[in-house]
Write a protein that binds this ligand. Structure first.
Ligand code: MN
Length: 249
C-alpha cells in the first residue's frame, strides 16, 4: 500500500512527522509537503511561476508551493505510482467549522479526493504542537479503521480533529457535522515604524456555536471529531426554491 503524506505547516512540522511515522507502520510512505508555512492557503494552485521539488531524503520531498501543488505534483509526476491513500496533517491547530474553507491541510486532502484518491485530513486542536507526538499510539489504532478500501463514496473525504488532551484522556470518537466558528476583532489596524498604516488578519478572540453534533462540541467534550466532507457545495435544498424565481436572461 502506497500512502502519500502532506500538510500545510511545512515538511519539518512535528505533526507531519508524527503522521508519516504512524503511516509507515501501514505501508510504503512518501512525503511531499511544502518547504515552508502554507497554512490558510486554502485550495490555492500555483500556475504563474515554476515549482521545484527538493529531495530531503529518499522518502521526503519539499515543494516551494501550496499543499494542493504538492498533491498534484506527487500524484502527477513525483511518486511514479498512484497512492492508495493521502493523509494530510497533522495540522498544528484546529480545522473545524468554516476553518475547512481556509485550511491548506484540508485542501491537500480535497485535492486528492478530486483526483479520486481516498483522503483524510488530521488536525490537532491544541495551541502547542508538542502535544501531537503523544497521539502516535492512538493513531496507530485509529487510522487503520479509517482507511477502508472502497469505504468512502466519490467526492468525500474525512476531516479529523484531535482534542488538546493527553490521548489517555480522550473519551472516544464522534461522527460530526461542521460547526460555526465566531471570530471577533480578528483584524488589527495600526501604523508601522515609518508611520504607514497596515492591517493584520488573524488572532482575536475565538468562540463558536457549539451545537450538539458539531465538530466543536465533540472536541470540547473530549472526543475525537470525524466529519465526512463532500466536495459538492451545491445547496440542494434550495434548488427548487431558486427555480421559482424564474430568472430570465
Ligand atoms: Mn497549518
Amino acid at each position: 500500500m502506497l500512502i502519500l503524506c502532506t500538510n500545510d505547516d511545512g515538511y519539518r512540522a512535528v505533526g507531519l512527522r508524527t503522521l508519516a511515522g504512524v503511516a509507515r507502520g501501514l505501508g510504503d510512505v512518501r512525503v511531499v509537503a511544502p518547504d515552508r508555512e502554507q497554512s490558510a492557503t486554502s485550495h490555492s494552485l500555483t500556475m504563474h511561476y515554476p515549482l521545484r521539488a527538493h529531495a530531503i531524503d529518499e522518502s521526503v520531498q519539499a515543494v516551494d508551493g501550496t499543499p494542493t501543488d504538492c498533491v498534484a505534483l506527487a500524484v502527477g509526476e513525483l511518486l511514479g505510482a498512484r497512492p492508495d491513500f493521502v493523509l494530510s496533517g497533522i495540522n498544528h491547530g484546529p480545522n473545524m467549522g468554516e476553518d475547512v474553507l481556509y485550511s491548506g491541510t484540508v485542501a491537500g486532502a480535497m485535492e486528492a479526493t478530486i483526483l479520486g484518491i481516498p483522503a483524510i485530513a488530521f488536525s490537532f486542536v491544541g495551541r502547542d504542537p508538542a502535544g501531537i507526538e503523544a497521539y502516535a499510539p492512538l493513531l496507530e489504532r485509529l487510522i487503520p479503521q479509517l482507511l477502508r478500501p472502497g469505504g468512502l463514496p466519490d467526492d468525500t473525504l474525512l476531516n479529523v480533529n484531535l482534542p488538546a488532551l493527553d490521548p489517555a484522556d480522550v473519551r472516544g470518537v464522534r461522527i460530526t457535522r461542521l460547526g460555526r466558528r465566531v471570530y471577533s476583532d480578528s483584524i488589527s489596524r495600526a501604523l508601522d515604524p515609518s508611520g504607514r498604516e497596515y492591517f493584520w488578519i488573524g488572532g482575536g478572540a475565538v468562540s463558536w456555536a457549539a451545537d450538539e453534533g458539531t465538530d466543536f462540541h465533540a472536541v470540547e467534550e473530549g472526543y475525537i471529531s470525524v466529519t465526512p466532507l463532500h466536495l459538492d457545495l451545491t445547496n440542494h435544498k434550495l434548488l427548487a426554491e431558486v427555480e421559482q424565481w424564474e430568472l430570465r436572461p
